[in-house]
Write a protein that binds this ligand. Sequence first.
Ligand SMILES: NC(=O)c1ccc[n+]([C@@H]2O[C@H](COP(=O)([O-])OP(=O)(O)OC[C@H]3O[C@@H](n4cnc5c(N)ncnc54)[C@H](O)[C@@H]3O)[C@@H](O)[C@H]2O)c1
Length: 468
Amino acid sequence: MSSLIVNQPLLPLSPPVPDGRLRSSRTGALAARLREAIEKRTARVGVIGLGYVGLPLVGLFAGKGFPVLGFDVDATKVKRLEAGQSYIGHIASERVAALRDGGHFEATFDFSRLSEADAILICVPTPLGLHREPDLSAVIATGRSIGQSLRPGQLVVLESTTYPGTTRDVLRPELEAGGLTAGRDFFLAYSPEREDPGNPDYSARNIPKVVGGWDEASAELARLLYEAAVPRVVPVTSCEVAEACKILENTYRAVNIALVNELKLVFERMGIDVWEVIDAAKTKPFGFQAFYPGPGLGGHCIPIDPFYLTWAARQYGLNTRFIELAGEINTAMPHHVVDRVVAALNDRGQSIKGSRVLVLGVAYKPNVDDCRESPAFEIIELLEGRAAIVSYNDPHIPILPPRRNYAIRMESTPLTPDVLREQDCVLIATDHDAYDYQHILEHVALLVDARGATRRYGLQCDAKVVMA
Ligand SMILES: NC(=O)c1ccc[n+]([C@@H]2O[C@H](COP(=O)([O-])OP(=O)(O)OC[C@H]3O[C@@H](n4cnc5c(N)ncnc54)[C@H](O)[C@@H]3O)[C@@H](O)[C@H]2O)c1
């Protein structure tokens, strides 16, 4: 799909909630019908985009007894789901099969069936374009598909992360193109997803959901729908507040991770262990939250979403200097890690050129099978650019999937003692729990640790270990 970058000027933020008293009795009747269907759990929930966000959402609503119809443009995913198979590591196939067999879930790529849903939740990707502009092509295409079959009384909720104003200025016009009007004929809301894949403590089931509606009735219906599925709904006064809330959460992480990455470089030069500093600082019971340094940012959220705000702020004549600075520091981290590998080899009288380097972990964070935006790709490319012979191991990613900006093709190398002994350097890029670090350390000549993993196992003082 070609990248469709939104570049029309944004409107000033408008008063979000038209006066409920002006609503016609017809609108009231449509709202009452949907409210009743939600309360009885007969409302059919359509989820568009069955990925890391959409699939858990399917499980959430289907698990609460709602009939769920999932849509995706990827026919392979749809067929697998229809066969009761999951394609996401931390979502069990048994769970998908149970929802399918119980008659609560059906997946399809036939978008003409969108009119069957009473509430439609949009969870499609929102990546960046080549020049770090918002690429809303999937949101626009989805809005267009819904618009073609939109019927009175449907509720549409955007969940994809985006800049404030998207629901109003980008999605709504696509939905209204067929002649229906938001707040009068159909209902419209924004509710950001806060999924944290692989987190054993928090999932869609127990994470509070922020909800902002286009108008009063939309806000109420969206609140009721989510209240039926999650323990806490946090209503806010507009779609824009809900959109901004998600951007704030992710910008907060990007900026704080950049801060510890910068401090890591400073403390490293001073001979101070940044992980020990953070462990000490986090004993403060208030006013401090621990963030950890690493080889750079990854995933579909933190490296991307703040730049949605940067782009939107520019439309208002403002620069987001914190975000730009954080981006600069975080994107420099793979270079720092590679420099540490080069220096560590040099200290042992070896050149990076021709050295064998095995990268451990290519997922963007521990214990997940998602390598979108993972800094491991940049690290591998930088190492190869210096003529190292690079391989990788990741128990969650047996083959490197094609990535937009990288031409690397590799398969995961098994971590046998022989393979480990053959390496001049093993680099921990992602610290999966599945790794036996003691075993790895026994067989390697040099272990460069960009995640502080060896510290957690008390191995950081071994002469073979270099922190990066
Ligand atoms: N992954 C996360 O942890 C996470 C957390 C919070 C928010 N988000 C946000 O949620 C949104 C979705 O992210 P994700 O990680 O689930 O992405 P994903 O790539 O895992 O899933 C998106 C799905 O949408 C499908 N798709 C693409 N274009 C489509 C279209 N036009 N119509 C229908 N389906 C389409 C893709 O085939 C894919 O299955 C993004 O905006 C992301 O920023 C992601």
